[in-house]
Design a binder for this molecule. Structure first.
Ligand SMILES: Nc1ncnc2c1ncn2[C@@H]1O[C@H](COP(=O)(O)OP(=O)(O)OP(=O)(O)O)[C@@H](O)[C@H]1O
Length: 339
């Protein structure tokens, strides 16, 4: 019977005491040159990611996301602080860390002249996988990313989305405990992005794995169990998307009526809430729009339309960093690490 990444049999209940990722006071400063000052890419990050979580780093270009992930993958040495991945120290136990992680980075590292299967076998060879299990694992990971029928095709003939899926399959070949995905859908069309996420969901259902991802897409951050909002090399906030949104404010209920003046007076008096006038509408801020709307209709007002808007992760980003995420995307290389 095959063992899972934790060395147990499938179905066995495992309580893994150590977090999949543990970071304390992490700092990375890239040395400057005569013409350019030092870049403080990571300025003291602390976090714990429990095993099994889908954890996301959300932040604009230059926030320090890639640098952090590269430190966790042992590709960049930290300047200060410490980090453990799958229980191993990223500086002192690099080889152990590497054996237990899978990586999918923005730049492709597949060999385009080889077939999908050859790429995976090559990876298995590098990782010194037991030959007896390679064939079965290859079938499993190709199936997981929907590429079974393309196993003998040369990678240069693949679409961008298929290549990214094959990268994920390769990252999974050696049954890692933590899979790192750095901007996994960048450059993909919406359909390929959606299908890649379907495969990540399937993967999490099938494998005993922690997924650590970086993104600057709100919709991808929404899928995570928890996210860290990263800006300027620091974590501004860390929680589930729902908790973060709840922490920044209220639902906005926008109401248009036949007579806004009269409606405003009734709403204020009978419901005891403050209202704001906005472009021909009344706006009420309330902790729970779903409970507020039925009470509104009980007032017997001639309501023409009601629109309830929940705080978005962009509102969260604004609350914690003072800027919209999109406004921070414009500068090439980002602004985050240099401020
Ligand atoms: N090798 C390097 N040498 C010098 N500066 C670097 C190096 N790598 C990154 N930086 C700088 O460190 C800061 C953080 O970059 P990083 O790539 O970690 O951010 P990011 O959040 O991943 O951004 P992106 O989404 O653009 O990848 C940026 O200012 C960047 O220019």
């Amino acid at each position: 019977m095959p063992l899972t990444a934790l060395g147990t049999r499938p179905g066995e209940v495992v309580v893994d005491p150590s977090p999949a990722v543990q970071v304390r006071g992490l700092v990375k400063t890239y040395p400057g040159t005569k013409k350019r000052p030092d870049v403080e890419a990571v300025r003291g990050i602390d976090l714990d990611v429990p095993a099994g979580e889908l954890f996301g780093f959300l932040g604009p270009n230059g926030a320090g996301k890639s640098t952090t992930i590269k430190i966790l993958c042992t590709l960049v040495r930290p300047t200060g602080g410490s980090a453990r991945v799958a229980g191993f120290d990223v500086v002192e136990q690099r080889d152990d860390v590497r054996r237990h992680i899978g990586l999918v980075f923005q730049e492709t590292t597949l060999d385009g002249h080889l077939t999908a299967e050859q790429n995976l076998r090559f990876h298995a060879e590098i990782y010194g996988m037991d030959r007896a299990v390679v064939g079965t694992r290859l079938d499993t990971v190709l199936d997981m990313v929907g590429l079974t029928d393309r196993r003998s095709a040369v990678v240069n003939t693949f679409s961008g989305g298929m290549k990214r899926r094959l990268e994920i399959a390769r990252g999974l070949m050696h049954s890692p405990r933590v899979l790192f995905l750095d901007e996994p859908t960048i450059g993909l069309d919406p359909e390929s992005r959606a299908s890649l996420w379907d495969y990540v969901d399937r993967l999490r259902a099938a494998e005993d794995i922690t997924v650590f991802l970086t993104t600057h897409y709100m919709d991808e951050a929404e899928r995570c169990d928890r996210i860290a909002i990263v800006d300027g090399g620091r974590v501004g906030a860390l929680d589930s998307p729902a908790a973060l949104k709840a922490s920044v404010g209220h639902d906005r209920v926008r109401i248009t009526t036949a007579d806004d003046d009269a409606a405003e007076a009734v709403v204020r008096e009978r419901l005891g809430v403050e209202t704001v006038r906005e472009k021909g509408a009344l706006v009420v801020l309330t902790p729970d729009g779903e409970q507020f709307v039925p009470r509104l209709f009980e007032l017997g007002l001639a309501v023409r339309s009601v629109n309830v808007t929940r705080p978005s992760l962009d509102d969260v980003f604004l609350a914690y960093t003072g800027a919209r995420l999109a406004d921070r995307q414009a500068t090439p290389g980002g602004t985050g690490g240099r401020r």
